[in-house]
Design a binder for this molecule. Structure first.
Ligand SMILES: [Zn+2]
Length: 204
């Protein structure tokens, strides 16, 4: 097995006489899990210097983990390789480096590897918060709401404000601030803004 980086992908090439990875039972992701384990083992060898960071005496060490345990909203079986430590680039918020199969839902990378070559996407993920796990759905909901409104703000979408006629508070007529989040209150009359208020009214 050989590893190299090409653009934002880790390319895993199968040796000519190397054995492939096949599911030992009817378990979705089983063969991919064993392949990921072997890639991790190779990446963690002291002489495996392939990421730019590896050269700077900051050699990345990798772990294999179920993604949902890091708070990612994916299938429970889905796993990835992630750096054990976060890194800080250009003074920005610390991020973990992760390697994952972008077509997991339809095809394991074991299948690609058995045919000769597999790819893992290299991504940076924000510091994984231990409080974000499936036992705390409300924390995940809060986090994704924040993420969605950050995306809306970047795209200039005023989702909540735009769902109110003329962009004004229905109770007091005050202008609704730009990029207000669902659940925030009108500073004038404490009306709680929601994105679905029109549908709720219709169904009442
Ligand atoms: Zn108001």
């Amino acid at each position: 097995m050989e590893l190299k980086i090409q653009d934002n992908k880790l390319i895993i090439t199968k040796g000519e006489k190397e054995k492939g990875f096949y599911a030992s039972r009817m378990a979705w992701g089983d063969a991919e899990s064993r392949l990921l384990y072997n890639i991790k083992k190779l990446l963690n060898k002291p002489d495996c210097i392939i990421f730019p960071l590896d050269h700077k005496k900051q050699k990345i060490t990798w772990l294999k983990k179920r993604m949902w345990k890091d708070g990612h909203m994916v299938d429970e079986q889905e796993q990835y390789l992630r750096s054990t430590k976060p890194f800080t680039f250009l003074g920005k918020a610390p991020v973990y480096i992760c390697l994952h199969n972008i077509h997991w839902a339809i095809r394991g990378i074991d299948t690609d590897f058995n045919e000769g070559e597999a790819k893992l996407q290299i991504d940076l993920v924000p510091v994984c918060k231990p409080e974000l796990n499936r036992n705390k759905p409300e924390a995940i909901y809060e986090q994704s709401k924040k993420n969605m409104s950050a995306i809306d703000e970047q795209l200039g979408i005023n989702k909540v404000k735009n769902s109110y006629p003329d962009g004004v508070c229905p109770d007091c007529g005050e202008d609704i601030p730009d990029f207000v989040n669902e659940g925030e209150e009108c500073s004038n009359c404490s009306h709680v803004f929601t994105e679905e208020h029109l549908e709720i009214k219709k169904s009442q």
